[in-house]
Design a protein around this ligand. Structure first.
Ligand code: GBH
Length: 455
């Protein structure tokens, strides 16, 4: 906001962007004959979402996309990451994405769509969802529909969003849709999403996609102490939540024999699957929010409430609160160095790591509505973003190739099981009137982009 602000600086050509996902912003739940997704089913269940909220209207982006894009473009971003609603596409409503893409291009913003951001069609879930191998082929068909329709204008594609969080929260636990609670029995759902990724990369490339990547949630995992039991527990947790999802893509195999066996695919088939899954990528998307600390479970100790979701007591690892002077209003620890850390770790683990784009990073604060002067003073969000951009810059200095950074999120939206209290947007949404207001962080981000060496 002030002329004296010193902004972190990035190499020429570095891409700044903002991210959203379809289910969290679009609303228009049954427009054009759109069928329900697993999230429509989940949100209808009493007690599933805070305050019983649902996303039937959400931020009403489906009807307000044109003015939303105006606000996004006015910040000077290069890229806008959004996702497609699979059920909307199945209903034949591709016109919406056509208009969205054209509006972005006219505004000078590059569309970077994600095929799948957790809103599986309920009809596919009824046939087993991601535990059914056929779902991967259905995803590939859907990718083909989209690239056929939009491939003349969309160059950059992201296959899947956070397969690890979707598997863990939705299939292993019950905190997200489809709330299956399978524990380690969720590993086949992980494999089928990875297979979907591999199949989608092939379909996208066949149709001439210019640049293909994936968006993965990564968190540095540290052990609570040097005790070998804690170190082993942390390594096992990280293998299951980080490396199970990235090793197949970047190394062509699972991190551990036990995990390889638990995905439940016969050996010969598994080798063919992994061959597809390790397809070369043009960029690797990293979503980062906070680190995790793990110890070996101590008898009689209560671990509930340490993380946003509880790890079952019979698992061989337990979470310990991460030390931090600062937390977001969601309760997440603010640890910018964790972002540098995970980027350097990825670079060291993967000799062929493609250029990285930070596809999500941001913070939830319970912002107050605009005051009489129309401003929303979200300085804690500004300092979160500033510190994390500096952490990205530190990783670049350490030799990691990072080509871009997207803020989560462009606008306030439906934060899954947490409903509407958790606001991640640079743009405020009044969820009764649906009116938009730029937060101070929007102006800060605009000025930061304008202050870069060359845009
Ligand atoms: C992403 O999920 C999603 O892609 C996006 O849709 C969502 O709105 C956004 O981030 C904000 O949540 O304490 O065990 O939960 C990120 C979900 C957040 C899950 C950080 C892991 C840390 C460990 N992740 N969380 S835990």
């Amino acid at each position: 906001m002030k002329g004296t602000t010193v902004y972190p600086r990035f190499p020429p050509g570095f891409r700044f962007g903002m991210s959203t996902s379809a289910y969290q912003i679009e609303g228009a739940a049954d427009a054009g004959g759109k069928a329900p997704s697993i999230w429509d089913t989940f949100t209808a269940r009493p007690g599933a979402v805070r305050h019983g909220q649902d996303a039937r209207v959400a931020s009403d982006h489906y009807h307000r996309y044109a003015s939303d894009i105006e606000l996004i473009a006015a910040a000077g971003v290069h890229d806008y990451r959004f996702s497609f609603s699979w059920t909307r596409v199945l209903a034949g409503d591709l016109d919406f994405y056509d208009r969205l893409v054209d509006t972005l291009l006219t505004a000078g913003v590059r569309p970077v769509p994600t095929l799948y951001h957790w809103d599986l069609p309920q009809e596919l879930e009824d046939a087993g969802g991601w535990t059914n191998r056929d779902t991967a082929h259905r995803l590939a068909d859907y990718a083909g529909t989209l690239v056929t329709r939009l491939g003349d204008r969309v160059r950059d594609w992201i296959t899947m969003n956070e397969m690890n969080v979707h598997t863990l929260y939705g299939y292993a636990l019950t905190d997200h849709a489809p709330a299956r609670g399978l524990g380690l029995g969720a590993l086949p759902a992980a494999h089928h999403q990875l297979l979907a990724h591999g199949l989608a990369v092939r379909v996208l490339r066949t149709h001439g996609a210019g640049s293909v990547g994936v968006a993965q949630q990564h968190f540095p995992v540290s052990a609570a102490s040097d005790d070998p039991a804690d170190v082993e527990a942390a390594a096992m947790f990280s293998a299951l939540t980080n490396w199970t999802f990235s090793d197949p893509i970047l190394l062509g195999d699972y991190p551990d024999e036990l995990i390889r066996a638990a995905v439940g695919v016969p050996e010969a088939q598994l080798d063919r699957d992994l061959e597809l899954i390790r397809a070369r990528l043009d960029f690797y998307g990293v979503n980062y929010y906070e680190p995790t600390m793990i110890e070996a479970p101590k008898a009689g100790k209560d671990y509930s409430g340490v993380l946003e979701v509880d790890i079952p007591a019979d698992m061989p690892f337990s979470p310990v609160p991460v030390e931090s002077d600062e937390r977001t209003d969601f309760g997440w620890a603010v640890v910018p160095a964790g972002l540098t850390d995970i980027l350097v770790t990825l670079r060291d683990r993967y000799p062929d790591l493609p250029p990285v784009i930070i596809t999500e990073n941001g913070a939830s604060f319970h912002d107050s509505p605009p005051g009489p002067d129309g401003r929303i003073r979200d300085e804690r969000r500004i300092s979160y973003l500033d510190a994390h951009l500096r952490a990205v810059s530190d990783a670049i200095t350490a030799g990691v190739r990072v080509d871009g950074y997207y803020v989560w999120s462009a606008i306030d939206n439906f934060e899954w099981a947490a409903g509407y209290d958790e606001r991640f947007g640079l743009i405020y949404v009044d969820f009764s009137t649906l009116e938009r207001t730029k937060k101070d962080s929007w102006f800060w981000y605009r000025d930061l982009i304008a202050a870069q060496p060359r845009n």
